[in-house]
Write a protein that binds this ligand. Structure first.
Ligand SMILES: [Mn+2]
Length: 238
């Protein structure tokens, strides 16, 4: 599904075919451990679900470069054994499917450095490809080059609650709008356990979006590897 000129969505990931770049965001590995510590029961299939989804996305895209756009891990400050193993496993898996992996730093990634060093991976603040700037998106940049036409961010964990008969369900979604006259693409979280924040309830999910600019965003709903166009957020409000 094309989100905006040359930028596609495959599952919860952004795919830029001309550069063979796949962008995924907000894996929040270790999130299930923190839930377990809080006494929340979760399905054990979580890791399998994530790897299956990632496998499907990789099969459809065959990227040259994979950009992990921030918040690969969940906890601030410490790293648990589980997180270390998961991240290590994930990097090895991604490496089998691309030539290059780039970590863009997120606000939860304070101690990602030792992992990146061990795996010989670079951590960057932002990544420019063609006319697109990829960054985590917890803060807005002070200045952006005139050559940049598209800004691709994560961090917001964008989702939307949809009604199906009497039931409602939260779906991950992309938001496509504008920020300072540039195209803005907000990527949802890749973590299957972390559906996200409902944009119909919370208009302040990203520092790149004001209450009025979020209303103008086009919503693209993610259902597994499929992505559906839902039109503008303000038209979905009723
Ligand atoms: Mn974040």
């Amino acid at each position: 599904m094309e989100l905006i000129g040359g930028i596609f969505a495959v599952g919860p990931c952004v795919w830029i075919p001309v550069n063979r770049i796949l962008v995924l965001s907000d894996l929040h590995l270790g999130f299930e451990e923190s839930l377990v510590r809080q006494g929340v029961l979760i399905p054990k299939s979580h890791w399998k679900d994530l790897m299956f989804l990632l496998g499907e996305v990789l099969k459809r895209t065959e990227p040259q470069t994979i950009v992990v756009n921030g918040d690969i891990k969940n906890e601030f400050g410490t790293i648990t054994r589980q997180e270390w193993d998961d991240i290590s496993h994930l990097i090895d898996f991604l490496r089998l499917h691309c030539k290059e992996i780039i970590f863009v730093k997120g606000n939860h990634d304070t101690i990602l450095k030792p992992i990146a060093e061990k795996k010989g991976l670079k951590i960057v603040k932002e990544f420019v490809v063609g006319k697109s700037l990829i960054l985590h998106g917890n803060t807005v940049p002070e200045s952006v080059s005139k050559d940049v036409k598209n800004i691709i961010v994560g961090h917001a964990h964008s989702a939307i609650r949809l009604r199906q008969g009497v039931r409602t369900e939260l779906f991950k979604c992309f938001l496509v709008g504008t920020w300072k006259k540039k195209n803005l693409v907000v990527i949802p979280s890749m973590n299957p356990l972390l559906e996200g924040s409902d944009v119909l309830q919370d208009r302040n999910i990203s520092p790149f979006l004001s209450k009025s600019s979020v209303e103008e965003c086009n919503v693209f709903v993610v259902d597994g590897v499929d992505v559906l166009r839902f039109g503008k957020l303000k038209e979905l409000v009723e």
